[in-house]
Write a protein that binds this ligand. Structure first.
Ligand SMILES: Nc1ncnc2c1ncn2[C@@H]1O[C@H](COP(=O)(O)OP(=O)(O)OP(=O)(O)O)[C@@H](O)[C@H]1O
Ligand SMILES: [Mg+2]
Length: 454
């Protein structure tokens, strides 16, 4: 409707038309009136008498003509004004009732007008915001980007743009918005005002945040349960350095008691005690990191280090189950931007599953292999290969569903959580059946820029 209403803008044409008609009639009158009089009236006295009225007749005729022309033009103008008013009402109504927040502001970023949705979104009335800068309600960290885009618009370098911005509601809560801005140009062809539409993403961002927290809580439960399963191996891993500490300190004590303590030998024993204490401390540090409940924090990491670290943690547990773990690194320092703990958790889950699947196999060389390779320019792939029981058709369908397990003591959460962790990191987790025996689980992660490719 709004777009269909055609408005004719006022121009100089009507004035020109009136002047032209007046000039033509005036010229014709001057040129023809005398001849017409002579042709129509033969009596000289009558001609002279009529000549004196000719001027009055001209004035009357042109007066009538001008009245007619101006009246017609006034009707057109009134109609135009009426159309303009209707169009204005339509626009105002559309602006006010639009379900999206619409704002107009000047090139310095000062609010000119806000519709009802915008007022509802920010919690202020139009009067409270009109004339103030958009910075008053913008989240501080997001101001720089808004400023730069506004400056580009004011220079006329940018006509439309879309960006995400956070605002602060009158009651203090943060509003997430996607802003679509467009520049309106004046009659001089230069930018005059900006019209912004703000899409409210707050609910979506909140739901994403809740899903993330939910995933983190589940992941934490899974990590604690994983470590519970590995308790025997972990106890062994810590017990070894503790036994060594006990032996070295006994030896040192004996030396001191026998009164022939060679300071060099004593020092060497103490150094070994300290070394072993560090070793035990390192295991505990890794464990604490895994058990710690914290919000997801991503950082750049070398995936080779993450796999090596995790294999160290799982190796003793594997040995107890008579399985060895090989690591095959085929990529030089692949850097990924990840939550280290969560990715270690995925690797640990896959290693644990592979160990479980392999331990009852008759094969004397029970081995699990972790391979790291760069598959294309943007992805690194980690695969955990076993020669275990394999996966039946029936299990394959439910493998990644929560609580699916074929194990007596299993929770059935490992693969489901690993799947959501990898998805949240922009990767993919899947499995393939090995040609001879067993299964390989693979996952990919996006590589950070600057990782060398061979
Ligand atoms: N490498 C594998 N070889 C064979 N079957 C596997 C393998 N990995 C997983 N599975 C099957 O998938 C099921 C689900 O694995 P998932 O890791 O989700 O749970 P779980 O290991 O049973 O329990 P938990 O929650 O303790 O990890 C397993 O019970 C097992 O049947
Ligand atoms: Mg598992």
């Amino acid at each position: 409707m709004l777009m269909d209403s055609v408005l004719r803008t006022p121009s100089h044409k009507p004035a020109f038309r009136v002047a032209a008609i007046y000039t033509i009639i005036g010229a014709l009158w001057v040129l023809l009136s005398d001849r017409l009089l002579v042709a129509m009236v033969s009596d000289v006295h009558t001609i002279v008498a009529l000549e004196s009225y000719k001027g009055w007749i001209f004035v009357m005729l042109t007066g009538l003509l001008i009245y007619y022309l101006v009246d017609t033009q006034s009707t057109i103008n009134a109609k135009y004004q009426e159309q303009l008013r209707e169009r204005d009402d339509e626009l105002r109504l559309t602006f006010q009732n639009a379900p999206t927040a619409i704002i107009t502001f000047d090139l310095c970023g000062r609010f000119l007008s806000l519709n009802q949705s915008a007022c509802d979104l920010f919690g202020y009335s139009e009067d409270e915001l009109r004339g103030t800068s958009y910075k008053e309600i913008t989240y501080e960290e997001d101001m720089k980007e808004g400023d730069q885009l506004l400056a580009q618009c004011a220079r006329g370098d940018l006509k439309t743009y879309t960006f995400e911005n956070r605002y602060i509601h009158k009651d203090g809560h943060i509003i997430h918005g996607r802003v679509h801005n467009g520049t309106v140009y004046g009659t001089d062809g230069r930018p005059s005002i900006l019209v912004a539409q703000v899409e409210d993403l707050t609910k979506r961002r909140k739901a994403e945040q809740e899903a993330r927290e939910h995933r983190e809580r589940l992941a934490h439960v899974d990590r604690v349960s994983l470590l519970g399963e590995m308790a025997a191996g972990i106890a062994h891993e810590i017990n070894q350095p503790l036994t060594a500490i006990s032996n070295y300190s006994d030896a040192a004590r004996r030396r001191v008691l026998s009164n022939n303590a060679d300071p060099e030998k004593l020092l060497s024993s103490l150094e070994k005690v300290s070394e072993q204490a560090h070793r035990a401390g390192e295991v505990i540090r890794r464990l604490r990191a895994l058990v710690k409940k914290g919000t997801s924090q991503r950082e750049c990491a070398d995936i080779n280090d993450l796999v090596r670290d995790t294999v160290n943690l799982a190796a003793v547990d594997a040995r107890i189950h008579d399985v060895s773990i090989d690591v095959d690194i085929r990529a030089a320092a692949p850097t990924v931007f990840v939550d280290n703990i969560q990715i270690q958790q995925v690797i640990l889950n896959l290693l644990r599953n592979a160990i479980d699947a392999t331990e009852d196999e008759p094969n004397p060389n029970r081995t699990v292999r972790a391979v790291i390779e760069i598959v294309d320019e943007e992805l690194v792939e980690v695969s955990v290969e076993d020669s275990g029981v394999g996966i039946t058709e029936d299990s394959a369908e439910k493998l990644f569903s929560p609580f699916f397990t074929t194990k007596k003591a299993g929770m059935g959460m490992g693969l489901s959580i690993s799947h959501s962790i990898i998805n949240a990191h922009g990767g993919h987790l899947w499995f393939s059946r090995n040609p001879e025996r067993g299964t390989t689980f693979h996952f990919t992660l996006p590589l950070e820029e600057g990782t060398p490719h061979d």
